[in-house]
Write a protein of this length. Structure first.
Length: 242
């Protein structure tokens, strides 16, 4: 599974699968649900369900993709999970270095371990580095990101589960926002999204509104496709200036 419907990328690369819950945004994890579904379908890659599993045989996938792609790294896990040895991340970074035609989007909720690893490793030029900030309790992750020398530094505010208040966006290039989907999803208020957009524009960064999720802007629960991705009547899906 390498193609994806995620609007801000076009490929996924999963040499690691499985994860453990880290913060409130993990409560209804889409990757956990999908992993269990794929295991039930008999896919060998997901025989361990959502337990953290390393897949050496998947490391060289990007070498086979000759055309340039935006690649979301570890959409089914977290590259900086505590159970992933730094030596394995070294192997992934080696592949990234050897495929300069691609852009790699790395997103983590484990900002501390990200900073630990990158304190002694150069960040390849083609990496976009991001942290998830879904609630006020996770705003601290931004401080671990802002000083790193990545070509693009971004925040993923998805699923956005509360108003984030005032953010220090110094050093941040791009912010994506989205609501939660699924049967047990939590609603997202329009004012929370507008607050983030206002601060991103003031900073001069790029803003990407992905979707409302299962709860619409009008507070009605319906399919995420029916709720769509309009914010104040327009689609706002800006990409980083690179």
């Amino acid at each position: 599974m390498t193609t994806t419907k995620i609007e801000w990328t076009d490929k996924t690369w999963n040499p690691i699968t499985g994860c453990t819950k880290q913060s409130t945004g993990c409560l209804h994890c889409y990757a956990e649900v999908m992993s269990r579904r794929l295991k039930a379908m008999g896919l060998n890659k997901y025989v361990n369900g959502f337990a953290v599993t390393l897949h050496e045989d998947c490391l060289e996938e990007p070498l086979k993709w000759k055309q340039p792609h935006n690649i979301f790294v570890c959409s089914m896990s977290d590259i900086f999970h505590e159970e992933v040895p730094f030596e394995f991340i070294d192997k992934m970074f080696s592949v990234i270095e050897n495929t300069p035609q691609h852009r790699y989007q790395i997103l983590t909720k484990r900002a501390e371990r990200m900073a630990e690893y990158l304190s002694s490793h150069k960040i390849p030029e083609k990496i976009w580095l991001g942290v998830t900030v879904e609630a006020q309790s996770s705003r601290f992750r931004i401080d671990y990101l802002r000083h790193l020398q990545a070509s693009v530094k971004f925040l993923s505010c998805e699923p956005l589960v509360e108003d984030l208040g005032e953010l220090d966006l110094t050093g941040i290039d791009w912010v994506t926002v989205g609501g939660e989907s699924g049967q047990q999803d939590r609603s997202m208020q329009e004012s929370w999204v507008v607050n983030i957009r206002r601060q991103v524009e003031r900073r001069g960064a790029r803003f990407f509104f992905k979707q409302w999720g299962t709860w619409g802007a009008d507070g009605v629960k319906r399919s995420k496709h029916a709720n769509g991705k309009l914010l104040n009547g327009e689609i706002i899906q800006e990409m980083p200036a690179v």
